[in-house]
Design a protein around this ligand. Structure first.
Ligand code: COA
Length: 260
């Protein structure tokens, strides 16, 4: 990992009908920057356009799916009052409207968008040790990625409130009971099991699978609309005193850790 550059933060690889997209910035817990969202969007576009690719598989690194959006990027928006790109929204639009199957393999922490993106995946394979958390409100923010609409549909009101508003951490067991995770596996078999699910999808009769998935997912336009509505609020909240204080405290914690 010593020679890792930002180009390596997202690794995309096509094989056996599957586009694997790996978040690969372990020293920052795979926290996602604008450039990383853009790289994932490009890989998805390539997968959606290719007749050979039937399924997209999202992976992180051992012990970490992703710690969510990079908080220093949040802080930059909070202090400058402007955002410099639409990368995150383009990424979210792609996963909400994805015309091909999305599978995730989650080991370790899945925070913020690391959890909400799973609501748009068709199957979610998680290790027994994974955990799921969306501390939006504690950061002075609101839920994103259409999760305020689709979260209660998947998990019911009480679970959605616990996860999305109270910021409770869900274990894999709880996430599975809530309907967010489809398979619980041992961590040392995570990638193999997630790939097997993706492979199974890739091997199905293509057109029958595509039509069935489309029927099951239903009309995603309302989810996209909600994502935009949440996005406006989210950007407003990013500039709030509550959010600024939370981001500054997180960044300061890192400095204190380094100094001690
Ligand atoms: N944005 C930017 N940097 C992040 C990050 C994030 N979302 N999550 C982790 N990092 C960085 C830390 O600042 C630290 O960097 P440093 O070594 O340069 O100080 C490094 O990744 C390791 O994180 P650390 O906090 O030391 O690891 P941990 O195992 O003690 O805790 C988490 C892991 C995920 C619980 C913790 O990092 C965390 O709470 N991150 C923020 C998650 C979050 O709120 N995301 C936004 C959701 S909307």
């Amino acid at each position: 990992m010593g020679d890792q550059t930002p180009n390596d933060y997202i690794l995309a690889h096509k094989q056996d009908g599957i586009m694997t997209i790996r978040m690969n910035r372990p020293e920052k817990k795979n926290a996602l920057t604008g450039a990383m969202y853009a790289a994932m969007t490009t890989a998805m576009d390539e997968a959606f356009a290719s007749d050979d690719i039937r399924c997209v598989l999202f992976l992180g690194t051992p012990g970490c799916f992703t710690a969510g959006n990079d908080i220093s990027d949040f802080l930059a928006i909070a202090t400058s009052g402007t955002r410099d790109s639409m990368d995150v929204f383009q990424f979210l639009e792609r996963i909400i409207m994805a015309p091909k199957a999305l599978v995730a393999g989650v080991d370790g922490i899945a925070v913020g968008v690391g959890t909400t993106m799973l609501m748009h995946c068709d199957q979610v394979v998680a290790s027994r040790e994974a955990s799921f958390k969306t501390p939006f409100v504690d950061l002075g923010l609101v839920p994103e990625a259409g999760s305020s609409l689709i979260g209660p549909q998947i998990m019911g009101h009480h679970n959605a409130m616990a996860l999305l508003s109270r910021g409770e951490t869900f274990s894999t067991e709880r996430a599975m009971a809530a309907g967010l995770v489809t398979h619980m596996v041992e961590s040392n078999t995570l990638e193999e099991r997630a790939r097997a699910v993706a492979r199974d999808i890739a091997d199905k009769p293509a057109e029958a699978f595509r039509q069935s998935r489309k029927l099951i997912r239903g009309d995603r336009t309302p989810v996209l609309e909600r994502m935009k509505q949440e996005g406006d609020l989210f950007l407003e909240r990013l500039k709030s005193d509550e959010a600024r204080a939370a981001f500054t405290a997180f960044m300061a914690k890192g400095q204190t850790k380094k100094a001690s």
